[in-house]
Design a protein around this ligand. Structure first.
Ligand code: SF4
Ligand code: SF4
Length: 430
C-alpha cells in the first residue's frame, strides 16, 4: 500500500497545509478548524440571536446539546420538548416567539437542576413570553386570565368582595385584619383558589380549623388581598405582575404582623424572591413549614388509615428547597403510610400548573399527548396509594380532573394536607 505522508509537519505551519494524506486518508482541507475560532455558517442563527439578545434570554446560547435536560423535562415525557430541542429548533430557524412551544414550559426548574451550562428556562421562557405578550400573541385562554386578573384581582374573575365568603358559617373565627385593628402574630395570605374554588375552600376551612385548634393569633386580608402575580410574571405579563405587587405591598405595609403565612407555593416564591426588592420584605412561611414545627402541639389522635403518596410542588421543592415539612406532617398522621412515587423530591414531576400552565390546559391538550397532571396521577396510582396528598392550591382541582379523565375515579382521592390534619384532629368537616 502506498503511503503519502508529509514527514515534516511543523505545527507552527499547520494552518498553511492545504493537502495532507495519511495512510491513504485525506485529512487535508478544514481539519485545522480546531485551531481557529469556529464560525457557524451552516445555520441561520437569527432566531437564536433574537432570544439570546433578550434580557433573560442569554443562557439559551450556552446550550452544548448534552441532552441531560431532556430526560427530566416533564413536557418531553408527554411530547417533544426541553431546552436542548428548543435550541435546535431555533438553530433551524423556528420562530419561538410565535410557536406554540413557547407556552409549554411550566418553569418547573428540573432542566436547570441538571444542566451543566446553567441554561435557565426560568429566565428564558418569561423573557420571550414578555415580547409575545407585548404584541398580543398569547393563547386566548391565558389572555382571558390576564384580563380577569387585571380587572378583578384574581384569575378566576370572581368578585373581590366575595374573597372572604368561604369563612361564612365556619365553626371557628377567621378575622379580617382590617377589622381587628391591631397587630397579629400570623397574617394568612389565603390566595385565589383557596378563597374561591370549592375544593380550595374545603382546604381553607380545614386549615382555619387547624390554626384555631393550635390557638394561633391569625387574621386574613379578605377583599384587600389580590393575586400574588408570580405565575403572571412567569407567563410573561410583567406589567400585570408589577401592578399586583405594588398594590399588595401597599396593602401589606399598612398592617403589623410577625409572619406572613402562605397557602400557595407560588405566592411563597413571590414573597421570598420578587417582593423584597420592591419594598415588600416579610417574614414568610409556607403553611406546611409553619405546621411542621408545631406537630408536637397538635395532639393528632384520630386514626387516618390511608396509604398516602405525596406530590412535591415545583415552587416549594425545587425552587425553594422545602421537601421535608410536608412529609413530616404526613408521617405524623396516626395510622397513615407514606408511599413515594418514583419521581419525587428534587426530581418530582410537575403537575403542569406552573408558569401560566394553570390556565393553558386547552393549549397543553392540543400540543402534548397527555396533560402533565394526568401523567402524574398515573404515577400516583402506580404506587398503590389510595390518597394523593397535595400542598399547593393549584393541585387539588388539577389532579381531581386528571383522576376522572384517566378513569381512576374511586381508586385515588386527592386531599390537601390541611384536610388530612383536620381529620387526624377529629375536627368537623363540612
Ligand atoms: S442540559 Fe443544558 S447544555 Fe445540556 S442539552 Fe440541556 S440545555 Fe443544553
Ligand atoms: S423548566 Fe421544566 S418544563 Fe420547562 S423546559 Fe425545563 S424541565 Fe421542561
Amino acid at each position: 500500500m502506498s503511503k503519502e505522508v508529509s514527514p515534516k509537519v511543523d505545527p507552527a505551519n499547520v494552518l498553511e497545509i492545504e493537502e495532507l494524506v495519511l495512510e491513504g486518508m485525506d485529512i487535508s482541507g478544514h481539519w485545522n478548524r480546531m485551531f481557529e475560532q469556529r464560525i457557524i455558517t451552516d445555520y441561520d442563527v437569527r432566531q437564536l440571536d433574537r432570544v439570546t439578545e433578550l434580557d433573560g434570554g442569554e443562557s439559551m446560547g450556552w446550550c452544548y446539546q448534552c441532552a441531560a435536560c431532556i430526560a427530566v423535562c416533564p413536557v418531553d415525557h408527554v411530547g417533544s420538548y426541553g431546552p436542548r430541542k428548543l435550541f435546535q429548533n431555533l438553530q433551524l430557524g423556528f420562530d419561538l416567539f410565535t410557536d406554540p412551544d413557547l407556552w409549554l414550559c411550566t418553569t418547573c426548574a428540573n432542566c436547570l437542576r441538571v444542566c451543566p451550562k446553567e441554561v435557565d428556562m426560568m429566565q428564558i421562557a418569561p423573557a420571550i413570553r414578555k415580547e409575545a405578550v407585548l404584541v398580543g400573541n398569547v393563547p386566548a385562554e391565558l389572555q382571558d386570565v390576564f384580563e380577569k386578573t387585571a380587572r378583578y384581582g384574581n384569575p378566576l374573575g370572581k368578585n373581590a368582595k366575595r374573597r372572604a365568603a368561604w369563612t361564612k358559617g365556619l365553626d371557628v373565627e377567621v378575622p379580617l385584619i382590617s377589622e381587628l385593628g391591631r397587630r397579629v402574630d400570623v397574617l394568612w395570605w389565603v390566595s385565589d383558589y383557596p378563597s374561591y374554588h370549592p375544593r380550595g375552600i374545603d382546604a381553607s376551612r380545614s386549615l382555619a380549623r387547624v390554626l384555631a385548634h393550635l390557638g394561633v393569633d391569625f387574621a386574613i386580608l379578605g377583599a384587600e388581598e389580590r393575586h400574588d402575580g408570580d405565575s403572571m410574571l412567569r407567563a410573561g405579563e410583567t406589567g400585570l405582575f408589577e401592578m399586583l405587587a405594588e398594590q399588595n405591598i401597599e396593602t401589606l405595609n399598612q398592617y403589623e404582623f410577625d409572619l406572613l403565612l402562605t397557602t400557595d407555593p407560588h405566592a411563597y416564591n413571590a414573597f421570598l424572591h420578587e417582593y423584597p426588592e420592591r419594598g415588600g420584605d416579610y417574614n414568610v412561611a409556607h403553611y406546611t413549614q409553619y405546621l411542621a414545627e408545631r406537630i408536637d402541639d397538635m395532639g393528632l389522635s384520630e386514626q387516618v388509615d390511608l396509604n398516602i403518596t405525596f406530590h412535591d410542588p415545583c415552587y416549594l421543592g425545587r425552587h425553594n428547597g422545602e421537601y421535608e415539612a410536608p412529609r413530616d406532617l404526613i408521617k405524623a398522621l396516626p395510622g397513615a403510610e407514606l408511599t413515594e412515587m418514583w419521581r419525587t423530591r428534587e426530581n418530582g414531576y410537575c403537575c403542569g400548573g406552573g408558569g401560566g400552565g394553570m390556565w393553558l390546559d386547552g393549549h397543553a391538550a392540543e400540543n402534548q399527548n397527555m396533560r402533565l397532571s394526568e401523567k402524574r396521577v398515573l404515577e400516583a396510582v402506580e404506587t398503590g396509594a389510595d390518597t394523593l396528598c397535595v400542598v399547593c392550591p393549584y393541585e387539588v382541582s388539577r389532579f381531581e380532573d386528571a383522576v376522572k379523565s384517566t378513569n381512576n375515579d374511586g381508586a385515588l382521592q386527592v386531599l390537601d394536607i390541611a384536610e388530612l390534619l383536620a381529620q387526624a384532629l377529629g375536627l368537623a368537616a363540612d
